[in-house]
Design a protein around this ligand. Structure first.
Ligand SMILES: Nc1ncnc2c1ncn2[C@@H]1O[C@H](COP(=O)(O)OP(=O)(O)OP(=O)(O)O)[C@@H](O)[C@H]1O
Length: 583
């Protein structure tokens, strides 16, 4: 029988800890001193991970928010206001979450009312808790009201698992991390979660599943595998989350995700939630297939970065990129994540750095899962403070003390840039992102310049020249061809659909947003209510979210050299830039 084992030292992690978490405070039948101590230790270990909130945390309240769709509920201003189950309140306290972030303020009440949701908020701003808490609350409520939710008993009879919630993630490491986070919130609720992902033997995951669970966090391939083997059945799914929703719906994942969703109860009988920091309009359109009467939440502009990350562009010559990297790394304090374009380059750069005497390790798709997890572990604990990575580490990973993200190779699209640099500057902490730019990067520069302008970052003169030279001029100011800013996602795409819905409203909070989007709004088809309501009573927007004007940009032609290939002067200036950033 599950849940009847006395916990042992070895149950500090993995399923042992999960099964112990089924005990409720009042139901501790081993109430002796030793057990209590063990339980306290398990609790301490469980809650000690995660990024502590940084000095900029209160700035989140000033970020403009848009909530659109029919009958949107009122935001909460404290976790208490959400009236979560008392064990969940306790677990939130243990996580040291003093107050909700904006995405939590708006998403928690929306999800609690049973609505589907597409939510877009900056990297590191607490999206994970924004969906897990209201899901866990509803599962607890429904279980206590109907007392029919013991899926474990049911599943052990049928030797099949019937999860009530599925959370899909694009990478194995993110799935592992999200399940760890889920475990915190489920602590002592009597509910458990299991993570399943590819690249490792199925044995342990199978045993965990057979012990029963309410929530499965998974990468799509492995979950599909377990369904085909008759281990998991999705008939009883009440909640489905696509974490990094835009990635889960892009061409790489869409067929698998679609197949999984088809195995769940149909629209309206399950709650569908999609979260990401980026949601390009074309992906929003695709997502319609899975959503019903959903609320769209945008914290800040869809696809933007947070303003706590200092972003710097450095012009380099492809030939001496590596030397530039070494120079830079010698001066970087704290953990440093270096993104490269290919798996081969990841191995190559790692080896070269080690030869230079630097403590580097790499993570990419050609490494075994064991190696990938080892690389992340030694990076996390600081034994190897430089992690060279492909985009496998670009999304979702929440690692404290990542002070630097270096784009050794820039990605091909702005969404990947946003996610990559979002590994630093999390939860109100400051961070630095440095991107090497070569002649072959002209394709991303327009979007990048726009993003930097928006966040009041320095834009070197050579960069503007480069963007203009290649693309026939980049877009400055408010008017963009085809009525949309280049490249990345914007607002709720339904607003531009004719007669979307009679009940459709779009509410805005922190009115600084108006400056930026005023013109777009006039053209929108939906009805808009502009409310002055602000749950924190703060309507000022001074965090740089209104689009920057030309005044915010300095002319850096002088300090970064001209538009030709990286010259000696460039290199000297690059060094000066590194020094400035470091100091
Ligand atoms: N209300 C809160 N108060 C303090 N810390 C919080 C709060 N909410 C979340 N955090 C912490 O902030 C960190 C980032 O949260 P999370 O990983 O959920 O961000 P995210 O928005 O999902 O980021 P990404 O877009 O990169 O996936 C975590 O370590 C989490 O524990």
């Amino acid at each position: 029988m599950y849940g009847m084992r006395e916990p042992t030292e070895s149950s500090f992690s993995g399923p042992g800890l999960r099964s112990w978490s089924k005990f409720d405070n009042d139901d501790n039948r081993f109430g002796n001193e030793k057990t209590k101590k063990l339980e306290q230790e398990m609790e301490r270990q469980l809650f000690e991970t995660g990024v502590s909130q940084g000095i900029n945390f209160d700035m989140y309240d000033k970020i403009p928010v848009e909530l659109s769709g029919s009958n949107p509920p009122k935001a909460i201003s404290s976790f208490r206001e959400a009236k979560l189950h008392k064990q969940l309140e306790y677990n939130v306290e243990q996580c040291k979450f003093a107050k909700p972030t904006p995405v939590q303020k708006y998403a928690i009440p929306s999800i609690l009312t049973g609505r589907d949701m597409m939510a877009c908020a900056q990297t590191g701003s607490g999206k994970t808790a924004a969906f897990i808490l209201p899901i866990a609350h509803q599962m607890l409520e429904r279980r206590s009201s109907s007392d029919s939710g013991n899926n474990r008993r049911q599943s052990s009879f049928r030797s099949r698992v019937y999860p009530r919630a599925i959370i899909l993630a694009p990478t194995r490491e993110l799935a592992i991390q999200t399940e760890e986070q889920t475990r915190k919130f489920l602590w002592k609720t009597g509910m458990t979660s299991v993570v399943v992902y590819g690249g490792v033997q199925t044995g342990k995951q199978l045993r965990d599943l057979r012990n029963g669970c309410e929530i499965i966090v998974a990468t799509p391939g492995r979950l599909h595998d377990f369904i085909m083997r008759g281990v998991v059945c999705l008939d009883a799914v009440e909640f489905c989350v696509l974490d990094e929703g835009d990635r889960m719906l892009d061409m790489g994942f869409m067929p698998q995700v679609n197949e999984l969703i088809q195995k769940m109860p149909k629209k309206g009988e399950r709650q569908m939630l999609m979260f990401s920091a980026t949601f390009p309009p074309e992906i929003q359109k695709l997502a319609q297939e899975f959503l019903q009467d959903y609320l769209f939440l945008a914290v800040g502009r869809v696809g933007s970065t947070n303003s706590f990350i200092r972003q710097t562009l450095v012009r380099v010559n492809a030939r001496n990129k590596f030397e530039e990297l070494v120079k830079l790394l010698q001066d970087c304090k704290g953990l440093c994540l270096v993104f490269v374009g290919t798996k081969r380059d990841a191995g190559f750069v790692e080896n070269q750095l080690v030869r230079e005497g630097l403590d580097a390790i790499s993570i990419h798709g050609d490494r075994s899962q064991e190696e990938r997890e080892h690389a992340l572990a030694v990076f996390r604990n600081g034994k190897c403070p430089i992690l060279v990575a492909t985009d496998v580490a670009a999304r979702g990973l929440d690692i404290p003390s990542v002070m630097w993200v270096i784009n050794y190779d820039l990605p091909n699209n702005i969404e990947d840039y946003v996610h990559r640099i979002g590994r630093t500057g999390r939860c109100g902490n400051s961070g630095n992102a440095i991107s090497f730019v070569t002649d072959s990067n002209a394709n991303i520069l327009k979007d990048l310049i726009h993003l930097l302008q928006e966040n009041k970052q320095e834009i070197p003169g050579w960069c503007e020249e480069m963007a203009q030279g290649r693309g026939g001029g980049y877009y400055r100011g408010r008017s963009f061809p085809f009525g949309r800013r280049p490249g990345h996602g914007e607002k709720d795409f339904r607003r531009s659909q004719p007669n979307y819905s009679n009940n459709f409203v779009s509410q805005r909070f922190n009115e600084g947003y108006r400056d930026r989007d005023a013109k777009d709004d006039e053209d929108d088809k939906g009805k808009h209510r502009h409310w002055n309501h602000d749950p924190e009573g703060d309507t000022q927007n001074d965090n740089g979210y209104s689009r920057s004007s030309g005044n915010n940009r300095r002319d850096h032609t002088e300090s970064f050299g001209g538009g030709k290939d990286s010259s000696e002067r460039d290199q000297h200036q690059n060094y000066k830039t590194f020094k400035k950033i470091r100091d």
